[in-house]
Every structure is written in C-alpha cells, then in structure tokens.
Design a protein around this ligand. Structure first.
Ligand code: SME
Length: 158
C-alpha cells in the first residue's frame, strides 16, 4: 500500500474524484479493519478537497456515534431523525444541504459550517452509519459529490 496520496488541485471536481478513488481502493486493499479504513477515507477526502470537516458516524443502538474523522472536534451522539445525519439515516438517502441554516433541526457542531452533504453507509441493506462532510462555503456540494461519495462508501468492507 502506498502511504502518499497524489493530490490534483487544478482539475474539475469529477477529475479530482476520479484521481482519488483508485487511491482509496489501494489504501483499503488487504486491510479488513473498519476503523482503519474509515480513518484513511476521511483523511484522503480531507487532503484532496480541503473541506472543513470530513468524518463518519456509526449506528450504535438508536443513535449515531462519532467515528473516524478529520477536522475540529464534533458532537458525539445524534439520534435517529435528528439533524442532517439523523435524517439521512432515517430516510436512508443522501442529503445535500446548500445552506445549513435553512435545514430544520440542523445540528451545528461548529458555527463555521455553512453547507453539508451526508451519505448513508449501507450494510446488509440497512444503514450502518453515515459519511458527513461540512464546508465553510455555502452551496459547496452537488449531485457530482453525491455520486462519487456514494461510490466511495461502497468500497467500505464490513
Ligand atoms: N451537522 C450535522 C451534525 C454533525 S457535524 O456537522 C460534524 C447534523 O446536522 O447532523
């Protein structure tokens, strides 16, 4: 496994994902540990895109509990149906939030976060966690991010 990422900056968003995805596959290759793999995915996304916060929450009982992440300290527990993360879990679908202030019940772990995308992690047909990405910019995420981040979370081995 290569421990250094090749980061491309002056490229389209799709090109950045296309460059990153095989590198994430290589990082996960031969490593069965979930925490190690979630940590490397969060780090790789943060390094390529420089987003404010990138991380995972995992379903534990009736809550999401903070997992591997990159960025400032964050809320540790989120109930099903609460905030963007809990709603993505309850609805089992990706949520793109262009302006967090307009999302009813948004949980502000940081007042600097302005837009967000949350992608459910599916395991045996059930939501087992979410990938949450926050940006300090409004309207940071779109259908391209949804498409590629959904592709990336499918690489996770449970
Ligand atoms: N904003 C999220 C909470 C998690 S933090 O952004 C890291 C939410 O509304 O669910």
């Amino acid at each position: 496994m290569a421990e250094d990422l090749t980061i491309i900056r002056s490229a389209s968003k799709a090109e950045q994902y296309t460059s990153l995805i095989p590198q994430i596959q290589a990082l996960l290759e031969g490593e069965p540990d979930l925490v190690a793999n979630l940590a490397n995915i969060a780090a790789a996304l943060k390094e390529q895109f420089g987003w404010f916060w990138v991380g995972f929450y995992l379903v534990k009982g009736d809550e999401l509990v903070l997992g591997s992440f990159q960025g400032p300290v964050a809320c540790t527990r989120i109930a099903k149906g609460r905030g963007v993360c809990g709603t993505a879990w309850a609805e089992a679908k990706t949520l793109v939030v262009p302006d967090v202030d307009t999302f009813p019940g948004h949980i502000a772990c940081s007042s600097l976060s302005r837009s967000e995308i949350v992608v459910p992690l599916l395991h045996n047909g059930l939501v087992a966690g979410v990938l949450d990405v926050d940006s300090e910019a409004l309207d940071q995420f779109d259908a391209t991010d949804a498409q590629y981040l959904e592709e990336i979370v499918k690489l996770i081995k449970w």
